[in-house]
Design a protein around this ligand. Structure first.
Ligand code: SF4
Ligand code: SF4
Length: 461
């Protein structure tokens, strides 16, 4: 066991609502009759209690972007606890999104920000995409996993007593628990906890709540964990080195935990998505495994190419006549568009080439950016019809546009991007702007930054 002060991340669990109900989820998504959403005052108090912590403060769920106040929370966290550096973006499309985030975490969070700043753990839902630009701008670190690729989760709802593990064997195992030694402490709406899984158990089984959320709570050492260690008695975190595919959405539970799930009326249990572990007596635990291997360690697989939440679902072409009713026609065309992404051709009656549309569907585009497509025989603009620029203009603002130029002027210059001809070939289109940023802002760490960039580049050779 270790003090939260030694951890690289402390999580604030702002909701246990999620888009998934993964097997053996450490937040027990699917077992609650109703999800919780942390209140603003509690979130603010949680962040404020960690201002002296010095590492990463993570917004966690469930899926944190489902919280109705996600933007307000994220802005507050980034305002009072910013990363020192924020690397710029070229706005170019991202063909392999997970690789891009891996690189950015490495350069921005580990190298430049020395692990300090706001963090986000997300399953990259549709709500993540809605907040895409905000997230890229505010967070120093992102842990993303859409769980579409094989990812194994070990059983959590298991008691060592069901396994007959005696005290003398148990206490060293517990103190060596992977989660407490590698993952995080957490704050839930009910207080602060020495271990994130303990916080989730307290929420699921109506426990007494955690420590008072006040400055310095995270300095407690293991000898001060006290009654919170009781949660380890209901937890398989220290017991297993095998797991089940997260995508199966079935929980492996031991008999006494099954009873507790019945007592709390678990919806996931009622619909039969629970498997009871049999013949556990005599299982004597195992040496603590390197569980990193068990949880998807290959970051490149964290977001799959079939993730329809962030890759374009399609592109509609809109063809307003270039006359004085331009704005009214745009409103009508935007309302009728069948996809989020729309293409406005420069020449009347022109359409987006099919091959180009297919290429665009293979990359992640930023919904706040206005993309200029300019290649022989085809030129126009690509944008998302729910872009902030259009939301701010509103129906009336768009209606009053007398020309295409007036309409395109809704996007500020920094939210524009001329699409490179090989836009889908770059593994990481931002490497050059990052190199320039690093050289201009952090002269005292030049050698180290150069090493980071060299390592990132070497991954693509
Ligand atoms: S995405 Fe994460 S929080 Fe959601 S159910 Fe899966 S493991 Fe749990
Ligand atoms: S046994 Fe469970 S509650 Fe205890 S430290 Fe490990 S993960 Fe946390």
């Amino acid at each position: 066991m270790r003090s939260p002060s030694e951890m690289r991340i402390i999580e604030i669990d702002i909701t246990n609502a999620c888009i998934h109900q993964c097997s053996n989820c450490t937040r027990f998504c699917g077992h609650h009759k109703t999800p919780y959403f942390m209140e603003w005052e509690m979130f603010k108090k949680s962040v404020d209690s960690l201002l002296e912590y010095g590492r990463c403060i993570g917004m966690m769920g469930g899926e944190p972007t489902l919280h109705p106040q996600f933007e307000r929370f994220a802005r507050y966290l980034a305002e009072v606890y910013p990363g020192q550096h924020h690397v710029p973006s070229s706005n170019q499309p991202l063909p392999v999104f997970s690789n891009y985030i891996r690189d950015k975490n490495y350069l921005q969070h580990e190298c430049l920000n020395r692990h300090k700043g706001p963090g986000l753990m997300s399953a990259t839902s549709k709500r993540y995409f809605q907040h895409f630009d905000l997230i890229q701008k505010l967070f120093s670190y992102q842990s993303i996993n859409d769980h579409n690729n094989p990812s194994l989760h070990q059983p959590v709802l298991v008691s060592r007593k069901d396994l007959g593990i005696p005290d003398e064997k148990w206490f060293p195992m517990r103190d060596n628990c992977f989660f407490q030694n590698q993952w995080s402490a957490s704050i839930t709406p009910k207080g602060a906890f020495f271990c994130e899984v303990a916080g989730s158990l307290d929420m699921l089984f109506n426990g007494p709540g955690g420590w008072k959320v006040e400055p310095g709570w995270w300095k407690r050492t293991p000898d001060e964990f006290g009654d919170q260690l009781q949660w380890c008695e209901l937890c398989g975190g220290a017991l297993f080195q095998q797991g089940r595919l997260a995508s199966e959405e079935i929980d492996d539970v031991s008999p006494s935990l099954l009873k507790k799930l019945e007592e709390v009326g678990s919806p996931k249990l009622r619909r039969g998505a629970v498997s009871v572990l049999q013949n556990l007596m005599g299982y004597d635990g195992q040496e603590m495994p390197n569980t990193r291997r068990r949880y998807l360690s290959d970051f490149t697989k964290r977001v799959s190419a079939c993730n329809q939440a962030i890759y374009p679902d399609g592109i509609s072409t809109i063809l307003p006549a270039l006359d004085c009713a331009f704005g009214a026609q745009m409103n009508q065309a935007l309302a009728q568009a069948e996809t989020g992404w729309v293409y406005l051709p420069e020449a009347p009656e022109s359409h987006l080439d099919e091959q180009m549309a297919e290429r665009l569907k293979q990359v992640v585009l930023n919904p706040e950016v206005l993309y200029r497509i300019d290649k022989e025989g085809e030129s126009g603009w690509l944008f998302h019809r729910r872009a902030k620029a259009l939301r701010q203009a509103g129906f009336d603002g768009i209606a009053h546009c007398v020309s295409r130029e007036a309409f395109l002027a809704f996007w500020p210059e920094e939210q524009g991007c001329v699409l490179a001809s090989a836009f889908d070939q770059f593994q990481n289109p931002d490497l050059e702007v990052w190199a320039a940023y690093a050289q201009s802002t952090a002269a005292e760490h030049q050698d180290e930054i150069e090493r980071c960039l060299k390592k990132i580049r070497s991954d693509y050779q």
